[in-house]
Design a protein around this ligand. Structure first.
Ligand code: HEM
Ligand SMILES: *[C@@H]1O[C@H](CO)[C@@H](O)[C@H](O)[C@H]1NC(C)=O
Ligand SMILES: *[C@@H]1O[C@H](CO)[C@@H](O)[C@H](O)[C@H]1NC(C)=O
Ligand SMILES: *[C@@H]1O[C@H](CO)[C@@H](O)[C@H](O)[C@H]1NC(C)=O
Ligand SMILES: *[C@@H]1O[C@H](CO)[C@@H](O)[C@H](O)[C@H]1NC(C)=O
Ligand SMILES: *[C@@H]1O[C@H](CO)[C@@H](O)[C@H](O)[C@H]1NC(C)=O
Ligand SMILES: *[C@@H]1O[C@H](CO)[C@@H](O)[C@H](O)[C@H]1NC(C)=O
Ligand SMILES: *[C@@H]1O[C@H](CO)[C@@H](O)[C@H](O)[C@H]1NC(C)=O
Ligand SMILES: *[C@@H]1O[C@H](CO)[C@@H](O)[C@H](O)[C@H]1NC(C)=O
Length: 331
């Protein structure tokens, strides 16, 4: 008698625990807004399409915001918060300052979404949706975006300084930073393929052009014809903010040319070229497979975007749905 009460108690306890664990590990899904904001994907896509009409680069800038958001305490829109009494903005962190852009477009998308479904859609989900729109509108793959993230009430500027990879830190260190958020080298190579569009400032690759790693010579893995072009774009002592295309062949299209560029030693950043030029690296065969088959790249890229979008989201009643992506509610 006593033991059957006891085992009944254990079963109830186990059920309660299972429910709690289930809630704290709530999964994102593609139908999260099916009843509360059924048109959210279309609203975001239309706003991105409109922004692309006046700025061909904006899709690249938007997907980069999602990446820099997800690598710092998960995909929680922490990157969008401005400085305030309680917030030390991630916008001022080393990888972001004078570099990340598109915040005004995020605000426009949020306004369009709020006009249809006030108080429902998180800024973190808007970044994920805008990334998919940016890629598919530029000729890349479409995928079903997983949703249900909530927005942080904090930012982590120190985390942004240390968790987001730098282009000059070396492949093994970058691999560790991806691994720290659960992404493997297939994800690293596929997601680096986002450098198929967008721009980089001279200051992010000038280390390769004149005195690589203290050798007094350019990076030996840099194609000499491309080197000459880049030296003209970025003269020694010139402005570090001059822009170059990350993909020298098709600057605004999302395609697999990034990978053939690596094979001809025409990757722009040190971190790009190292994926192919690091002797013995397991990344080389992945580059080759994406270069030879665009469908393989597109399918893997879509899966890796889902993997990146799943980095520690706030779900359930954690965090909040920000009314203004730049501010914590009530501040
Ligand atoms: C693998 C490590 C990575 C490094 C070291 C890296 C580094 C950089 C750097 C230095 C720039 C140029 C920034 C500037 O000059 O202002 C850049 C631009 C860009 N990055 Fe990455 N990145 C990495 C991975 C990624 C990933 C995973 C994505 C997205 C999935 C991404 C998307 C972009 C895009 C689209 C741009 C162009 C942005 C624009 O034109 O506004 N990057 N990246
Ligand atoms: C999607 O996730 C939400 C929140 O976790 C949940 O309420 C909803 O039932 C899920 N939808 C599906 C189809 O799993
Ligand atoms: C939602 O989309 C459908 C078709 O996609 C459209 O008919 C409807 O007007 C849209 N509703 C809103 C509120 O935008
Ligand atoms: C950012 O750019 C501004 C204007 O060009 C410049 O004054 C400032 O020093 C730059 N900040 C950093 C951290 O590079
Ligand atoms: C992050 O890096 C920036 C730029 O180097 C620096 O100004 C800032 O103090 C750093 N913040 C933290 C919290 O480490
Ligand atoms: C990386 O993870 C994916 C699953 O998301 C898997 O299919 C792939 O084989 C893994 N790559 C490596 C090199 O382990
Ligand atoms: C840079 O130089 C150091 C010391 O000579 C060496 O260990 C390192 O491998 C070099 N890095 C690259 C990318 O060549
Ligand atoms: C340099 O780039 C050109 C143009 O893409 C290419 O034909 C050539 O093979 C490349 N050279 C090397 C050594 O990769
Ligand atoms: C890789 O190996 C090649 C051929 O053995 C050699 O010429 C080159 O210097 C090596 N590259 C690096 C970055 O170590």
């Amino acid at each position: 008698m006593l033991s059957s009460y006891f085992s009944c108690y254990l079963v109830v306890l186990a059920l309660v625990l299972a429910l709690l664990i289930h809630q704290s590990n709530a999964q994102l899904n593609s139908t999260f807004y099916a009843t509360t904001c059924p048109n959210v994907s279309t609203i975001v896509r239309n706003a991105v399409q409109q922004a692309l009409q006046s700025d061909a680069r904006i899709g690249a800038s938007l997907i980069r915001l999602h990446f820099h958001d997800c690598f710092v305490d998960g995909c929680d829109a922490s990157i969008l918060l401005d400085n305030s009494a309680t917030i030390q903005s991630e916008k001022d962190a080393a990888p972001n300052t004078n570099s990340t852009r598109g915040f005004d477009v995020v605000d426009n998308i949020k306004t369009a979404v709020e006009n249809s479904c006030p108080g429902v859609v998180s800024c973190a989900d808007i970044l994920a949706l805008a990334s998919e729109s940016s890629v598919s509108l530029s000729g890349g793959p479409s995928w079903s975006v997983l949703l249900g993230r909530r927005d942080s009430t904090t930012a982590n500027q120190g985390g942004a300084n240390t968790s987001i990879p730098s282009p000059v830190e070396g492949l093994s260190s970058i691999t560790s930073k991806f691994s720290a958020v659960g992404l493997n080298i297939t994800d690293l190579v596929a997601l680096s393929g986002a450098h198929t569009f967008g721009r980089a400032q001279c200051r992010t690759f000038i280390n390769r052009l004149y005195n690589f790693n203290g050798t007094g010579n350019p990076d030996p893995t840099l194609n000499t014809t491309y080197l000459a072009t880049l030296q003209q774009t970025c003269p020694q002592g010139g402005s570090g903010t001059t822009l170059a295309n990350l993909d020298l062949t098709t600057q605004d299209s999302f395609d697999n040319n990034y990978f053939s560029n690596l094979q001809t030693n025409e990757g722009l950043l040190q971190s790009d070229q190292e994926l192919f030029s690091t002797n013995g690296s397991a990344t080389i065969s992945i580059v080759n497979s994406f270069s030879s088959n665009q469908n393989t790249f597109f399918q893997t890229f879509a899966q890796s975007m889902i993997n990146m979008g799943n980095i520690s989201p706030l779900t359930g009643s954690s965090g909040e749905i920000r009314a203004d992506c730049k501010k914590v509610n009530g501040s």
